[in-house]
Design a protein around this ligand. Structure first.
Ligand SMILES: [Zn+2]
Length: 263
């Protein structure tokens, strides 16, 4: 299939689907200027931190419990990258699709809050949100702008609660931690409802909680689209593979969709 046919077929699948599940990974944030890190750690691809840890160790629950200053240093670096980023066309077009297809869900592996900033609804942030901060003792919410000021200055880390002095932490899944139960339950409920169309955008597809359900969906006859400039572990089993960056692909699909509704 040439690119035009691929885009037309994808738009056709979207316009016919009554229910859609988007599954997004780091690739959708690449067009917002964020590096396509693998999970939390890819900013540091393979390099050891100043403290001699791998980034996965530095961002683990084990190190957080003994040296929270180290874990926080890297959480803060990632957060200060993400807080300046704005959602791109791919995030915004998901919102537009949700206006015409209310039964559209979004499962994201990203912690950068860009789906929220774009106004996406029915959002499941399976790895949490780097800017949802609270006290580990008294659970009080903590303002992200205090931690990531416009000056870009790194504050005293780990941040402490003004009310009780407890340590603040972001609502993200560190290495060695379980995925949040509430998010997982909701995700499985959406999967059980058998969305007619699954659209994977910029996800490496390496996580079993993503590849498993996509293989199941394939067997059940649900349609699958993948948008990804690189092949992933699910590329072989999707109906439509769009080998493009997220924003470019979603813009092309949206143009085709609106063309169809006008004619
Ligand atoms: Zn507190």
């Amino acid at each position: 299939m040439n690119t035009d046919t691929i885009i037309k077929t994808a738009a056709d699948l979207i316009s016919k689907a009554k229910s859609i599940l988007f599954i997004t990974g780091a690739g959708i944030s690449a067009d917002s200027g964020l590096p396509t890190y693998r999970g939390l750690g890819g900013l540091y691809d393979g390099k050891l931190t100043d403290e001699g840890y791998s980034i996965e160790e530095a961002l683990s629950s084990d190190v957080m419990s003994i040296r929270p200053d180290i874990t926080w240093k890297y959480l803060w670096q990632i957060g200060s990258h993400c807080i300046k980023a704005e959602p791109n066309s791919a995030h915004l077009i998901i919102s537009k699709i949700q206006e015409i297809k209310p039964d559209t869900w979004v499962l994201t592996q990203n912690i950068d809050s860009l789906h929220k900033k774009a106004g996406n609804k029915n959002l499941i942030e399976i790895h949490g949100d780097a800017f949802e901060l609270s006290c580990t003792k008294c659970r009080s919410a903590f303002d992200a702008l205090v931690l990531f000021p416009e000056s870009g200055k790194m504050p005293q880390l780990p941040p402490k609660c003004a009310k009780c002095g407890g340590m603040i932490r972001p609502n993200v899944v560190l290495f060695g931690e379980m995925l949040p139960e509430k998010a997982i339950k909701l995700y499985y409920r959406v999967l059980e409802s058998r969305p007619e169309l699954i659209i994977s955008i910029g996800t490496s597809g390496m996580f079993p909680y993503i590849t498993g359900p996509i293989q199941e969906a394939r067997k059940a006859g649900q349609r699958i689209i993948e948008i990804n400039p690189c092949f992933s572990s699910i590329t072989d089993i999707v109906d439509i593979y769009i080998p493009m960056p997220a924003a470019k692909a979603m813009k092309a699909v949206w143009e085709e969709l609106t063309l169809n509704t006008k004619s």
